[in-house]
Design a protein around this ligand. Structure first.
Ligand SMILES: [Zn+2]
Length: 216
């Protein structure tokens, strides 16, 4: 997580308001009463974060902003970079300088999609059996050299989707770039955007209050 703050939530005197915070506040922003030692209608809990480090996500597809990071600089519409993790969480990814194998220091805050969530209905033992070997062979193919890279037609997404074809020959159902993004990536980046918005409000102000059951 690096220097990332954990966002927590509680309710003090009213079930109508969620109080989000990093450092436990002394006074309630609703009733202005002292919180410590008083009854809480909902005790503090950590807000689940939609991100992991690549190290925590073996056998996955991982996504992060091409430039900057999700929590600090990402805005909707920014380019995303996508890669595949080995059984040890090493990220294989393709860009204009060829295939890289990065560790979690390069992918500390990413969205991960477990491969078994994508390939539902297929046997885990079949998919995972030769995963690292297939990933290594796939990365060494001549079609993924730096000089063949194209920002839209032969990019990081093609590298990932082509690997899925390698791991499950004959399975064509997930290979379209647009349908893959619409089904597996956009729902997760949309959810992540809500967390990023909350994170920035809380970190910028030290505290953020929202009406319960309201998305913001
Ligand atoms: Zn209160």
């Amino acid at each position: 997580m690096g220097d990332e703050a954990a966002i927590r939530c509680m309710r003090h005197c009213s079930n109508d308001y969620n109080i989000f915070f990093v450092n436990f506040p002394e006074f309630c922003p609703i009733c202005k009463g002292q919180i410590k030692g008083s009854f809480l209608v909902l005790p503090p809990f950590c807000v689940p974060r939609p991100f992991v480090s690549s190290f925590q996500a073996p056998y996955s597809i991982v996504v992060k902003p091409t430039e900057g990071c999700f929590l600090k600089t990402y805005r909707s519409g920014h380019d995303l970079h996508i890669g595949l993790t080995s059984s040890k969480g090493l990220v294989y990814n393709y860009d204009e300088s060829g295939v890289h194998m990065d560790n979690h220091l390069t992918w500390p805050v990413c969205i991960a999609v477990d491969i078994l969530d994508i390939l539902k209905g297929y046997s885990a033992s079949v998919i995972l059996k030769d995963w690292d070997k297939t990933l290594c062979e796939h990365s060494n193919k001549s079609e993924w050299t730096y000089d063949k890279y194209g920002p839209t037609l032969h990019n990081c997404y093609d590298f990932v989707l082509s690997f899925l074809k390698d791991i499950l020959p004959g399975c064509q159902g997930f290979v379209g770039k647009d349908s893959f993004c619409n089904t597996h990536i956009i729902p997760r980046t949309t959810k992540a955007a809500q967390y990023i918005d909350l994170y920035r409000k809380v970190v910028d102000n030290g505290l953020f209050v929202s009406k319960a059951n309201s998305p913001d």
